[in-house]
Ligand binder design. Structure first.
Ligand code: BES
Ligand code: MN
Ligand code: ZN
Length: 497
């Protein structure tokens, strides 16, 4: 992945500027007609004469590219709609469209005329951040297993003219933040997109070690099957039992403040392929179960982003990695296993494997005395029935933590919606042959899955994000990198940044 450099400048002499692409926001007047941006003065009225043609409405979401003049090769106009309606949501759309067009185009550098927006400080900083984040994510392409990969985006350098009212230092910091979120999101997408024969539990361990080499503040430890057996992680181990790929419990410790400060914990479901096991899934779309490590991928992406930002908190990221396969050694429906917590589980459906790896990881993470624990998992098809592909399910045993995550989702445009984990649902998990069974009785599948996890998270403040509907898309097929933006925003909030 080629890095894109971001700079901000407070002064700009357009008439003597050189760029392959000048990005100019264009607003509409009361009659919904485009207005000529102030910068046009220095561009020999090129924009005004183009707008006169009437081809471009400047409605929010629209864009047009025209040839520039001497030093400025292209002009990329971005429609912003009415100035009076340029809300945070509209600003975000502006950033998304500009980013998409820049990533599609041939320009190697871009100059974004943000001064024309005349935004309030908070909106300005958020828009700068959005621009960096969306440019980085728009430039992501998957190449790893293609013998003839597509041309990578040409864009290498982006300079943003912020004008005199917004400081260069603040601008730079917003760009650094946005860039970090973009890079974290892309890392998460890349891990998700890699096929199951490459992205195995051992591959994820390697990636965790790579992150530790990249950031001196990260320490990675991997527990192999022997270590997990000695500890008593019978539930996690039961999932990979039918696979030739050894299961791994991956721990990434990020130290952003004194060692004695209690950490925040992220726990990711890392099923690198979910066939369902003996409770085999049907054939159609089974390939999409390579995305069943999306929760784990978001832990990697988030840890990468916060380490890049240097957030002054401690975070421990735990990934429970296994491959769920049928075989002569695989766990069978009716098998009873003993979890690390000591509780026994009757496995009635081997396809409800996510909760089986997560429960042991949740117990394990307790030893870090975490301030709050958030687990992230492509846990249930039922959450797609409830919330579709728009929001992830947010379950929590603590209202303050739930609100923090919901709010972080709003701020980062990576939303979640609260779901219940009332005791009323718990009886669905009663079993005759063990302390609990791993599936409910048919209704509210996402809630009973969360209720199962809740039994292993009683000792701390905990939330569970069911991202089965948001971590990847079927068409165009690919990992989205969600909920990295939400998680990074949540941790920034906790770090006061
Ligand atoms: N990984 C799946 C959930 C899933 C489904 C993720 C679709 C993404 C898209 C999970 O392991 C699973 O199989 N869940 C079962 C649970 C059931 C057996 C209680 C499900 O949702 O059907
Ligand atoms: Mn499954
Ligand atoms: Zn699964």
């Amino acid at each position: 992945m080629t890095k894109i450099s971001f700079t901000a400048k407070t002064t700009l002499d357009l008439a003597h500027s050189k760029t392959e692409c000048l990005v100019v926001p264009v607003f509409q007047n009361k009659a919904a007609k485009p207005t000529t941006p102030a910068s046009d003065h220095a561009l020999g009225k090129k924009i005004a004469s183009y707008l006169n043609l009437g081809d471009f409405s400047a409605a929010l979401g629209t864009s047009a590219t025209l040839p520039g003049s001497i030093g400025i090769k292209r002009l990329l106009l971005i429609g912003c709609g009415a100035k009076s309606q340029f809300s945070r949501m509209a600003q975000r759309r502006f950033a998304e469209v500009a980013s998409r067009e820049l990533a599609k185009g041939k320009a190697k550098d871009a100059l974004i005329q943000l001064d024309d927006l005349a935004l309030e400080a908070a909106d300005f900083s958020a828009t700068l951040e959005d621009l960096a984040r969306h440019i980085v994510t728009a430039c992501y392409i998957y190449t790893e297993t293609l013998s003839k990969p597509p041309e990578p985006p040409a864009l290498k350098r982006v300079c943003i003219h912020v004008g005199g009212t917004f400081s260069a230092v603040k601008s730079k910091s917003a760009l650094v933040m946005g860039n970090a979120i973009g890079l974290g999101t892309n890392l998460s997408r890349e891990l998700g997109n890699l096929p199951g024969n490459i992205c195995t539990p051992s591959y994820l361990s390697k990636q965790a070690r790579r992150l530790a080499r990249l950031h001196s503040a990260i320490k990675t430890t991997v527990l192999d099957e022997k270590k997990m057996r000695d500890l008593g992680m019978g539930s996690l181990l039961s999932v990979g039992h039918g696979s030739d790929e050894p299961s791994q419990l991956i721990v990434m410790e990020y130290r952003g403040t004194q060692a004695k400060t209690r950490p925040y914990a992220l726990v990711g479901k890392g099923i690198t392929f979910d066939t369902g096991g003996i409770s085999l899934k049907p054939g159609p779309k089974m390939d999409e179960m390579k995305f069943d490590m999306g929760g784990a991928a978001s832990v990697f992406g988030t840890v990468h982003a916060i380490a890049t930002m240097g957030l002054p908190i401690n975070v421990v990221g735990v990934v429970a990695a296994a491959e769920n396969m049928p075989s002569g050694r695989a766990t069978k429906p009716g098998d009873v296993v003993k979890s690390l917590s000591g509780k026994t589980i009757e496995i009635l459906n081997t396809d409800a494997e996510g909760r089986l790896v997560l429960c042991d990881a949740l117990t394990y993470v307790g030893r870090y005395k975490p301030i709050e624990v958030v687990d992230i998992a492509t846990l249930t098809g039922a959450i797609i029935v409830s919330l579709g592909h728009e929001a992830c399910g947010v379950f929590a045993n603590d209202d303050n933590l739930a609100s923090a995550l919901l709010e972080a989702g709003e701020q980062s445009n990576d939303r979640g919606w609260r779901m219940p984990i009332w005791d009323d649902y718990q009886r669905q998990l009663d079993s005759k042959f063990a302390d609990m069974q791993n599936i409910g009785t048919g209704t509210a599948g996402s809630v009973t899955a969360a209720c199962f996890l809740a039994r292993f998270a009683e000792d701390y403040k905990w939330a569970h994000l069911d991202v089965a509907g948001t971590a990847f898309r079927s068409a165009p097929k690919g990992a989205t990198g969600r909920p990295v933006p939400m998680l990074v925003q949540y941790l920034r909030g906790r770090a006061g940044k």
